[in-house]
Ligand binder design. Structure first.
Ligand code: MLT
Length: 330
C-alpha cells in the first residue's frame, strides 16, 4: 500500500472507530447497564411483590439487574406519569395495573398519559383475584354478617385503599355499591402499608389482590370473607367465593403488566418481551406467584399484542363505569 493510500485508509478507520464509540449501544447489545422498573405503589403490596419476582427472573435472562423503584402517589398515576416521560431507551420500564392503565382515565380528568397511546406494551405478568378482607377481630364471621355489620355501622367503620383509582379503591367502590353503603375510605400509598394497619387493627376492611393477602390469611393475622371470582383459589381453598357467600353480583379480578414508554425501539421491546416471557414461564417464578394465588399467563397471554388488547378492553369497561358512578379525583 502506498504511503498516501495507507494514511487515508488509517484516517478512515479512525473516523469509523470514533463514530462507533459515539453511537448509542445498538438494540442487539441491549441492555448494557441496569434497568429500572418503576412500581407505582409502596413496597410490600401486590404490584411490588409481582414486580420483584418478575425483575429477578428478567435480570437473569437479560444479564443486567432490573432494579425495582417504588414511586407511589395518586393511585399509582404519579409513578406511571414519571415512567411515561422517561427516555424511551428500554432502561426505564414500569409495572402498571388495572387501575393505572385500565381505570385511571375514568377517574383523573387531568391524567397526563393515555394508556393506549403513550406506552409500548411489554406483557401481562399476573392476574390477581380480589378478596374482601378484614381485621381479625371484626365481629362478623362471614360475608352475610359483614354486609349487615357494614350497613349497621356505616358511620363507624373504615375501609383502606391504595389511593383514588387504585385496584383496592375501585373494587371496593363496586363492593360498596353492591352493599348500598358509603363507608369512609382511607387512602394509603399502596396496600402494603394499608395491610400493616389492617393487621394492627387500626382500619376495618379492604378489597385487595390475593398475592398480598394469602400469607396474612393463612397466618391468621387478618380474615377473608370471600373471593370475588367464579371459583375458589387453591392458595386459599377455605375462602368461599362471593357467590357461595351470598353476594354473587360482586365479581371482579385485577391484573399487573409491564410497559415501556412510547417510542422504545421495537427490537428493545422484543428483547424485554422475551425476558418477560421467560419470567412467566420460569417454573420457580411461576411457583412463587401461584403459591400466593396469582394467575400467571402462558407465553401467548404475556405477549405485547395481548396486553394492548387487554388495555383497550379495560378502558372500555372502566371509563364509562367510573364516569357514570361520578367517582372523580380532582
Ligand atoms: C399495591 O401494590 O399497593 C396495589 O396494587 C395497589 C392497588 O390497590 O391498586
Amino acid at each position: 500500500m502506498k504511503a498516501q493510500n495507507r494514511r487515508s485508509w488509517l484516517a478512515g478507520a479512525a473516523a469509523l472507530a470514533a463514530l462507533a464509540a459515539a453511537a448509542p449501544a445498538s438494540a442487539q447489545e441491549f441492555p448494557t447497564k441496569p434497568i429500572t422498573m418503576i412500581v407505582p405503589f409502596a413496597a410490600g403490596g401486590p404490584t411490588d411483590i409481582i414486580a420483584r419476582v418478575m425483575a429477578e427472573s428478567m435480570s437473569r435472562t437479560l444479564g443486567q439487574q432490573v432494579i425495582v423503584e417504588n414511586v407511589a402517589g395518586a393511585g399509582g398515576t404519579t409513578g406511571i406519569t414519571r415512567a411515561a416521560k422517561a427516555a424511551p431507551d428500554g432502561y426505564t420500564i414500569m409495572m402498571g395495573h388495572m387501575g393505572t392503565h385500565g381505570a385511571a382515565p375514568g377517574m383523573y380528568p387531568q391524567l397526563a398519559y393515555n394508556p393506549q397511546t403513550d406506552f409500548e406494551p411489554i406483557g401481562l405478568a399476573a392476574g390477581t383475584a380480589i378478596l374482601v378482607v378484614a381485621k381479625k377481630d371484626l365481629p362478623p364471621k362471614d360475608l352475610k354478617e359483614f354486609v349487615a355489620h357494614a350497613k349497621a355501622n356505616e358511620a363507624k367503620i373504615n375501609q383502606a385503599h391504595a389511593g383514588l383509582g387504585s385496584v383496592s379503591h375501585i373494587t371496593c367502590v363496586m363492593l360498596q355499591a353492591e352493599m348500598g353503603t358509603k363507608i369512609n375510605a382511607i387512602p394509603y400509598r399502596g396496600t402494603g402499608p394499608a395491610m400493616n394497619d389492617l393487621v394492627a387493627g387500626t382500619v376495618d376492611f379492604m378489597c385487595d389482590q390475593i398475592v398480598s393477602v394469602a400469607q396474612q390469611v393463612r397466618g391468621g393475622t387478618i380474615k377473608a370473607y370471600a373471593i370475588a371470582s367464579p371459583q375458589r383459589n387453591p392458595a386459599l381453598p377455605d375462602v368461599p367465593t362471593t357467590a357461595e357467600a351470598g353476594l354473587p353480583s360482586f365479581q371482579v379480578s385485577a391484573w399487573n403488566a409491564v410497559f415501556a414508554p412510547k417510542g422504545t425501539p421495537a427490537p428493545i421491546v422484543a428483547r424485554l418481551s422475551q425476558a418477560l416471557t421467560a419470567a412467566v414461564t420460569d417454573p420457580a417464578a411461576r411457583k412463587r406467584l401461584t403459591d400466593l394465588g396469582a394467575d400467571v399467563p402462558d407465553a401467548a397471554g404475556a405477549s405485547p399484542a395481548a396486553l394492548a388488547a387487554l388495555v383497550k378492553r379495560e378502558n372500555e369497561r372502566w371509563i364509562p363505569l367510573l364516569k357514570n358512578a361520578g367517582v372523580v379525583a380532582n
